[in-house]
Design a protein around this ligand. Sequence first.
Ligand code: GAL
Length: 352
Amino acid sequence: MGITKSIYGVNKDGAEVTKYTLKNKNGIEVSFIDSGAVITNIIVPDRDGVFEDIALGYNSIAQYEASVTYFGAPIGRYANRISGAKFVLNGKEYKLDQNDSTNCLHSGNLQYSCCMYNTEYNEDEDKIIFSRHSPDGEQGFPGNFDYSITYTLDNDNRLIIEYKAICDKDTIVNFTNHSYFNLGKGGHKCPDVLGQEVQIEADYYTPVNDILVPTGELKELAGTALDFREFKKLKDGIGKADAYGNIVTGYDYNFALRGDGKEGVKRAAQLRDSSTGRIMEMYTDLPGMQLFTANDMDIDNCKDGVHYGNFCGACFESQNFPNAINTEGFPDAVLKAGEQFKSTTIFCFKTF
Ligand code: GAL
């Protein structure tokens, strides 16, 4: 139990970056840096009690600042794609960065995961709170936006992530966390997650066009490569067809989670590895989850000197549906001026 602090490095502006580590009574450790409120390490046991780091990451702050892989990153103000990099709110058009074809992806060039955060912590509760003020117009979004990301590690091996925000104008919001997990032997050093099994609490997904913008439909996933209603190895879906007969070469899809969104936090997905016996369960109160399997990755000298290649990790990004602000029928993405935004996602670590 408790929190330890160490110096992680110095950021591009010359500010010292601190690494914080929470440890629970079962020996599980999760580390964060105040540059970006990024999750840098998640150290969990396998079924024989071998502790390994299952979160992908970098070696240095410079690598985090230069990257667009979002390892361990909280993403805001609006995760995933916004088509045409623009939206209209209260009759006014807002323009964002086009950093993904003509879309805005993960809010554009200024990443929340590269900004410095104020840090508070509570050692007794194994809780750390990163907060920040995002000024009116930052990333192109309206309103002064004050937000916090609270991480708690409890003794049930749950990493609880709580997002809170308030804005002085109507704005749009969609937080996620972009951690990549690999539960295999060696944890993040394990070459790929293809033999690991995924289960998702969804019967529908949101099909996309050729630049990954949802068409607005919900498509049934039964019998397709996206059918994870029962545990399935990731490699058993790759090479199979989606609902339109297109071959899936890797996963980068939003799943519409079961329920009407009013049930509160519920289980959304699981990842497990039969060789290590590790399981990760993800719970959320959000309507969607993007499964992303690091489809085009080729990066040298990452954390512990490791090279990350294709399928080296899987992300379970709880979120609103992509481009919800521009898509009729998708869940509401607007945060009204003065109203408190709150959302919770939990990653829970077990063995079998
Ligand atoms: C995911 C997104 C992918 C890719 C990735 C970052 O959230 O769905 O298409 O952009 O982030 O490399």
